[in-house]
Design a protein around this ligand. Sequence first.
Ligand SMILES: [Zn+2]
Length: 392
Amino acid sequence: MGVFDDLVGQDRATAVLQRASAAAAEVVAGGRGAGMTHAWLFTGPPGAGRENAARAFAAALMCAQGGCGHCDQCHQVFVGSHPDLEHVRPSGLSYGIKQARELILRAAGAPTQGRWRVMLFEGGDRLTEAAANALLKAIEEPPPRTVWLLCAPSADDLLITIRSRCRVVTLVIPSTEAVAHELATRDNVPEATARFAARAAQGDLDRARQLALDEGVRQRREAVLSIPATLTGVGECVTAAERLVKTAEEEATAATTTLNESETSDLRRLYGEGSTGKGLNRGLVRGGAGALKELEDRQKSRATRIKRDTLDAALLELAGFYRDVLAMQFGAPVELANDDHRFDLDRLARASTPDETLLRIEAIMQCRERLEANVNPQIAVEAMTLSLRAPR
Ligand SMILES: [Zn+2]
């Protein structure tokens, strides 16, 4: 048991990291620690859990038991408060030389807890060339107790000079069986439900867990997957688009309301809202009103993002439906994500050609791009449902 148990379906990567943790412990104990490397690159497609694997490894390096998962060291790594762990998540589109230089300076310090100083850098693919070159020097000659953990979708996303100095850990999309097993053993989900959720989520463990445990999530999936069969006329397409957008709005509201309320009341307490204060800003000490306004702005932008993400998730669900249709049309021997909707899949597979299915998938992808570019959701989604129309 320990931090590596959460890496579902990553047996090969886990074996490598466990051996490296043991070697790292040898180094700490004054030994040679053959097999310990100071620069690592975690790669794998989205949903494979690159950052989770890197964080588990960081915990294993800090923990005296090689990543027990319970001690203070492990806990601090997972909540992000460990003094020897620098966890960098670039928020912009690129990470420049100035930021990289500052990071390298911070990497130079000795670990305060006597084990390792770990630099966990997500988004290795966002390093500019100058930043990557600066980092290269730090990686080539690191201080004796500094370890770099870079994450990127694939090794090709980094300069070859950096890549060649890192040990690459490749994460994979976990199999349906591995995800189902995890849900059944860890979350006590009945076996049939676990299998259904794992298949529908296509290897995304978080999504699978939501599907298995949350009736509301299952219902929303049903609502999305029932759409293709209804798109027989223009009127139906417009209605379906309205429903998709409205469902995303409701889900975003549900996700944010409780959070907003508790943040707002926390802030009010912080600024000492008096017991007599009844009006919006009455009773707040100086600065309180400004802080409250700032919080409200942040909450608004978060709501927008959640709404967009929710709609995007629904579109991906739809794309998965048509991908299943395409697989049936080609007779491809793959597992269908939406096997529980086999009747609708089969009917559409017979009534259309693979070319038409490809055009439909393209329409969905185009809609996602337009939403990302801030096109009005109703307009973008309506254009999509009209392209998905399958007259009968
Ligand atoms: Zn521990």
